[in-house]
Structures are given as structure tokens and as C-alpha cells.
Design a protein around this ligand. Structure first.
Ligand code: SF4
Length: 466
């Protein structure tokens, strides 16, 4: 499916931004957007914050200081659900002492019927609820809430529209995410995303390039192209374009110094993409390639469409063709039916691929997915295997991290080191964090740094003066 950019709708929402501004003007109101989950949510939150800023709200830094709190929720794992309900409990106290405070909820969790029922029953003081498909309607929904005084719930099951060209407030002025596609058609059996984010739809490449150019005009030097499965970008578009071609085009924008992307499904990662990355220094030497399991049997039950051997072959080809590349991953332990032998297979892949890092999760069933109705494993059994996998990941990625010690490499400066104000913190193209002595230009600058010491998973370094 392709999503058509709906310009008339962006104009409508801009009109609502003006209307809210007229309503709240001069009141000195403040907002806080709290984000759970992935980079897609981070990007959505920048859009919500951008709209609030244009409506005349100032940013608050604590919940108790805000006049509107927006929780942008995640439902990929159940601890994110629990965190939201915890926050809502605290909000009840705020609302008792500050009657006009508004609580808004959006994001993936809101696409689940049982969640909406529970909020309706147990959290009547929530003022505004919307979902993933109509996030762009936030200005209109907020205006309706302010003018009617009653709770607004607006959840859509699906949409073909893509509404961009609305204000956005970047968390960092020098780097940004750009959505290149929405939704996912893969239906991995443990994953809720296709149900809550809808069918896959790619944005028009011209619009993506326009957004990247505009970001560069604003001083952005690093962009991250975002999608649930970027490697299948372009399906259904009138213009035939692959993800590799799009990546090359974005990297050719002069003022953009670094391009990242997230996330890749191993089954769709093409030799063309590997070549484009290898040939283009601006494209980050970092590929996030979720393994999930190294066992062929479990991978089949997960509906992942590759074997442990195919994954290993792909990863080793990437390492051979892109020198110094960092490969990171996601691994699930405790999927229904997983045995110790399956976990041994996962460990064998980790050892062969030598991941530079991997998020290791205990499987948590998501209601409505096929895996949730399979027989679940006991917590103790999963815990033992989880510890084995985590131990391997930590050892291997620590060894990998140390491989650049002593080298001089380019670092994008991100800001002051939180623990030591005499230093800056930045990132290598490989995404590894580097702390280095303050000298020369600050956040947003690319500097050459000598990586003096690897301290586990990050480096301490000094700015290199030839
Ligand atoms: S590729 Fe699989 S894990 Fe990733 S979002 Fe789609 S269904 Fe979920």
C-alpha cells in the first residue's frame, strides 16, 4: 500500500493550531510529552511537541508543572504498559490539586480495545485518547476537548493517509528522524506492531528528500530514516525506488554528514543495500539486524522467514564488505516451546556473528498475537536461558567494542557529558558512545577524536590535533 500525502488535511490541522493558540494565549500554559518505546514513537512525540509549541504552550520539565501531559505509549512489552498505569496513578493526585490539567494518551497501546476499556473503567480523569493512525489530528482533538470540556476518544483501525508538513520540535537541533514508511506486513507471530500500526505504506521519495533538505537547511547534520522494515521500502509506490536508492539520494545531500536507518528485517536486506553502504562513507557503519532466535524451529514458529545459517551468512557478508561495521541485534529468550538446545543455537549464532550489542528480552505474550495462545514456558526455565544468552552477548560485545581502541575516528558531538561537564559526549558512525575532552566546537560538530581507552561499552578519548 502507498500512503498519499494529504495536504488539505495538514492545512486543516494548521487552522486548528491557530484556534487552540487563540484559546490558550496569554495563560502561560506548559506541556510535557512523555515517550515510551521506540524511535518511531520518539519521532511522533517531536511532532506532538512541535504542535504544542506552535499552539503557545511552553515546555515543562516535570509532570507536576505541566498543564497538559501527553503520554505516547508503547505495547511491544508488558513492562511499558505497567509503567503507563503507574504514571496515571500519580496523575490522579496532580489533577486533584490542579483541576484544569489535561492528560492525553496516544501511541500503540491505545490501538488495543482492552486498554481503552480499562482506561474508561479505571481512569476516568484521562481527557483525550487517540491512536497511531490519527496522530496528526492532535490539534483538532485538543481544540475539541478545550471547547467542549468533555473527554475525547478517537481511535481508528486503519488509514491510507500520510499527513506530514506539520510543525515538529526536534529533541536535538543537529539530528532528526524521518519517517519513510509506516506500518508492517510481516506478522511475526510474537509481535503486536502490524495490529497497532496497520499495513505497510511507503512515503513518496520526493517528499522524504524534501524533508531531509529542509532539515539540512535548519542545521541538521545527521538523519535517521525510520520504518518498521525499511528494507521493503518502495512496495506499491508509483515511482519504482528501492531503499538502497533512497538511502543513496539522502546521503547525497551536501550538508547532511551522516545517515542512519532503523530497522532492517534480515529477510529483505539486499546485496544492493550492502554495496551502497560500503561505497558511501556518509552512511553509518551500523546495521541493526534483529536475530530474535538462532534456532530454525523457533524462527519458523516466529514466522521470520530465515534460518540461523542464512542470518549468519548475511551478517558475515556484511562484515566482509563493510569494514568496521557494527552489527547490533534484538534477541528474544523464552518464546513458547523453546528448549535448551534452541537456546544453544541462538548462542552459536551470537558467537559467529559477534554482535556489537544486542537487546536481549524475555518473551512476553501480547494479547491478540498467535504466539500468545501457544503454551507458555515457566519463568524459572526462561530465566536460566536468558542469563546464558545475556552473558554471551555481554562478553562478545565487550570484546567487539574494544576493537577501535587507539584509533582516530569521527565523532558527532551530542552535548555535555552528564557526569563530567569538562567533557563532551558524542557517537561514532558505529553508534558507540565516546566521551572526550572539551575543545573546539560543541553539539552538532563532527570532530576527530583519539579513542584512548575503551571502558566497557564506551570510549574515553581526546580531540585529535594533527
Ligand atoms: S518485522 Fe516482525 S517484529 Fe518487526 S514490526 Fe514487523 S511484525 Fe513486528
Amino acid at each position: 500500500m502507498t500512503g498519499k500525502n494529504n495536504e488539505a488535511e495538514s492545512k486543516r490541522q494548521r487552522d486548528y493550531i491557530d484556534k487552540v493558540r487563540e484559546t490558550v494565549e496569554g495563560k502561560g500554559l506548559k506541556y510535557l510529552v512523555v515517550t515510551f518505546g521506540c524511535q518511531m514513537n520518539e519521532r511522533d512525540s517531536e511532532k506532538i511537541a512541535g504542535a504544542l509549541r506552535e499552539m503557545g504552550y511552553e515546555q515543562a520539565f516535570r509532570e507536576e508543572d505541566a498543564d497538559i501531559i501527553v503520554y505516547n505509549t508503547c505495547t511491544v512489552r508488558d513492562n511499558a504498559d505497567k509503567r503507563l498505569y503507574g504514571r496515571l496513578g500519580v496523575c490522579k493526585a496532580y489533577k486533584t490539586s490542579k483541576k484544569d490539567m489535561l492528560i492525553a494518551l496516544c501511541g500503540c497501546m491505545m490501538q488495543e480495545e482492552q486498554v481503552i476499556e480499562k482506561i474508561g473503567r479505571s481512569y476516568p480523569y484521562v481527557d483525550l485518547i487517540f491512536g497511531t493512525h490519527n496522530i496528526y489530528k492532535f490539534p483538532e482533538l485538543l481544540y475539541r476537548r478545550l471547547s467542549s470540556g468533555s473527554r475525547i476518544i478517537d481511535i481508528w483501525k486503519e488509514t491510507g493517509d500520510i499527513v506530514e508538513d506539520l510543525p515538529t520540535l526536534r529533541k536535538y537541533p543537529f539530528k532528526t528522524g524521518i519517517n519513510i514508511m509506516y506500518g508492517c506486513d510481516n506478522f511475526c507471530s510474537y509481535c503486536i506492531v502490524p495490529y497497532v500500526r496497520g499495513r505497510e505504506r511507503s512515503r513518496d521519495p520526493k517528499e522524504i528528500l524534501r524533508e531531509a533538505e529542509r532539515a539540512a537547511d535548519d542545521g541538521v547534520v545527521e538523519v535517521m530514516l525510520l520504518g518498521q522494515n525499511v528494507n521493503s521500502y518502495g512496495k506499491g509506490l508509483d515511482t519504482k525506488v528501492t531503499f538502497a536508492e533512497l538511502l543513496k539520494e539522502v546521503a547525497s545531500i551536501d550538508r547532511i554528514r551522516r545517515v542512519r536507518f532503523m530497522t532492517s528485517h534480515p529477510k529483505d536486506l539486499s546485496p544492493e543495500l550492502i554495496r551502497v553502504i560500503a561505497d558511501n562513507e556518509k552512511i553509518a557503519r551500523h546495521i541493526h539486524l534483529p536475530l530474535q532466535s538462532g534456532s530454525d524451529r523457533i524462527l519458523k514458529d516466529m514466522n521470520r522467514h530465515y534460518t540461523g545459517e542464512q542470518f549468519t551468512g548475511l551478517a558475515l557478508r556484511i562484515r566482509a564488505e563493510i569494514p568496521d561495521v557494527a552489527i547490533t541485534s534484538d534477541i528474544i529468550v523464552g518464546f513458547p516451546g523453546e528448549t535448551e538446545k534452541d537456546v544453544d543455537d541462538t548462542i552459536a549464532v551470537i558467537e559467529k556473528v559477534r554482535f556489537d550489542g544486542a537487546f536481549t528480552f524475555e518473551y512476553s505474550p501480547r494479547t491478540g498475537t498467535p504466539a500468545a495462545s501457544m503454551e507458555q514456558l515457566s519463568k524459572e526455565y526462561v530465566q536460566k536461558n536468558f542469563d546464558r544468552v545475556l552473558g554471551t552477548v555481554q562478553r562478545v560485545s565487550k570484546e567487539q567494542a574494544a576493537r577501535f581502541e587507539g584509533r582516530i575516528m569521527e565523532v558527532l558531538t551530542e552535548g555535555e557529558d552528564e557526569k563530567d561537564p569538562s567533557r563532551y559526549t558524542g557517537r561514532l558512525s558505529q553508534n558507540t558512545v565516546v566521551h572526550f575532552t572539551k575543545s573546539g566546537p560543541g553539539p552538532g560538530a563532527m570532530v576527530k577524536v583519539k579513542l584512548d581507552e575503551c571502558a566497557g561499552f564506551y570510549y574515553n578519548g581526546t580531540v585529535w590535533v594533527p
